[in-house]
Design a protein around this ligand. Structure first.
Ligand SMILES: Nc1nc2c(ncn2[C@@H]2O[C@H](COP(=O)(O)OP(=O)(O)OP(=O)(O)O)[C@@H](O)[C@H]2O)c(=O)[nH]1
Length: 248
């Protein structure tokens, strides 16, 4: 398979696209020339041009194949691992790390016509991520509380945006902050609270092998931060929501 082909999306006038660079090099140089951060938990979708993601998928597959070979797995003869490289590449780019390479899901906001100023919470929302250190899963639940401002967004959009933000390699502390930033941008609430409870497979599956340990963290902003009664109400609503179970 010719997986490390140069960029196939050659458009006239794009200097970087007439070179023989790997597509990852082309995208990286665009990001660097804008002096933008591209850490594991950053989204870089604006720097990936149409058609390049498919080429990147091939390049990553080729690298994963090399990794498997270096791990002394006989990918040429082992029927179980023959297409593992391609599967892993697809999984990283389009599933578990899609929040890095794909744009934010479309979120429509509506005016808060009745000036609703009571808080509401939504959860549990399942969040799936991977730790930046070992790239093994982080699985958990998230609760979001809102005191609306002038805009509201549909309830399902909290789950969609949480999925997009968490589908990147993270540490939990930063994941919660990034999700808070995105929700603030989308609906400019007067108050915002987020709680995440998650299990880290780098602690369950390997390392200290603690099967039941979880991490809980939260962020509170705006009125939730300044008004202790509102903050308490948020935590109380989430406590009720987390004990009612996921199904009705
Ligand atoms: N603070 C924080 N730590 C995390 C998170 N996810 C994983 N970790 C921890 O980050 C550490 C990884 O760095 P190191 O301590 O250098 O890695 P290690 O030597 O493989 O660590 P062990 O897991 O103890 O074997 C581990 O202690 C993980 O448990 C997270 O979301 N937040």
């Amino acid at each position: 398979m010719t997986s490390t082909q140069p960029n196939q999306n050659i458009n006239e006038g794009h200097e970087d696209q007439i070179s023989c660079k790997l597509v990852s090099e082309i995208i990286r140089s665009r990001i660097k020339s804008d002096k933008v951060r591209f850490h594991a938990n950053d989204n870089i979708a604006d720097y990936i041009y149409p058609g390049e993601l498919e080429t990147l998928e091939k390049e990553v597959a080729s690298r994963v194949r090399e990794l498997l070979k270096t791990l002394l797995i006989d990918v040429d003869n082992d029927h179980n691992t023959q297409e593992t490289a391609e599967r892993v590449s697809r999984m990283y780019i389009n599933e578990v790390f899609k929040g890095r390479y794909h744009k934010q899901p479309k979120v429509t906001s509506f005016p808060n016509d009745k000036n609703l100023d009571e808080i509401y919470t939504v959860g549990p929302i399942t969040v799936r991520s991977a730790c930046s250190h070992h790239l093994v899963p982080i699985l958990g639940d998230c609760w979001i509380g809102i005191k609306p401002g002038e805009k509201v967004i549909g309830l399902s959009k909290f789950a969609r945006v949480a999925d997009w933000v968490f589908s990147r390699p993270h540490i939990q502390e930063e994941a919660v902050m990034i999700l808070a930033d995105e929700i603030e941008n989308l609906c400019e609430p007067k108050g915002l609270g987020i709680i995440v409870k998650a299990q880290h497979y780098c602690m369950k599956w390997r390392g200290v092998k603690e099967p039941d340990t979880s991490m809980i963290n939260s962020v509170v902003r705006g009125d939730f931060r300044h008004d202790p009664i509102l903050k308490q109400e948020f935590f109380e609503l989430v406590r009720q929501q987390s004990t009612v179970g996921k199904n009705y």
